[in-house]
Design a protein around this ligand. Sequence first.
Ligand code: CP
Ligand code: NVA
Length: 305
Amino acid sequence: MKHLLKMGDLSRKEITDILNLADQLKYEHAHHIPHPMLAGKSLGLIFQKASTRTRVSFEVGMYQLGGEALFLSARDLQIGRGEPVQDTARVLSRYLDGIMIRTFAQKEVEDLAKYGSVPVINGLTDYCHPCQVLADLMTVREYKGKLDDLKLCYIGDGNNMANSLIVGGLTVGMKVAAACPEGYRPAVLNEIPADAPFTLTESVEEAAADADVLVTDVWASMGQEEEAAVRKKAFAGYQINDTVLKAARSDALVLHCLPAHRGEEITDEVFEAHAAEIFDEAENRLHAQKAVMVQLMADETKRTL
Ligand code: CP
Ligand code: NVA
């Protein structure tokens, strides 16, 4: 693994190795066992969009690994004034040991990796959110003890989260069902093999039937704020609520990458009833990303990939 640009870059073994390392790092952190595996290394964090979890977990994660993180707002970088990504990539590669980027176009992330010479981590694009889905899979494995053969149900917008959950879930051996309205279907649909255990429906109850894990996300993602009213109409009914929960298994987990819009994609009652796993999921961003950073940036002896 040289970069983490999208979920589809990872094999099942690579995901398992990351999750195993993440579990180890989480255990060590809880037991105050230092793990300075990235001592002396620097990671740049380029943000073209807002963030709470991604920024803080990468900054704290690098600190805990003995390295440092630099928050680089696109508002302040020359890239925000039009300096080409090809040049930014080559310059930053001379200073940094890795770059995380959150932006709009997937191509910008791919170009950063193409023209730079250090590992690039996708911290969210319009197309995908692989760091979040690694944390989601880690959380499911913690609660269920396995991933294989579980049914994952995604309800709502066929957005970056939907794309990464579908690809990630199928890669690790889960059955995946998505309920998305027409016009808002996930872009990864044409990449899914015909024989994959995947179903797409407009029926929320059908997708949720016997699910082990229910996941949803906002109806209007960052950059789509002007479409919010139109989207609110299109997604009416695509909500995780008590009726949907009844269709799922009685021990189903409910996950949300956050931030959540209570009363839209999820009811306040369901959110609060499942706050334990939702905030474990948020915490696991830290551990899963530390594992990714070690796999990409540490010396050979400290990696498993
Ligand atoms: N889930 C997630 O990526 O959160 P932030 O937008 O706060 O980073
Ligand atoms: N789909 C959301 C995820 C936020 C973490 C967005 O892109 O805004």
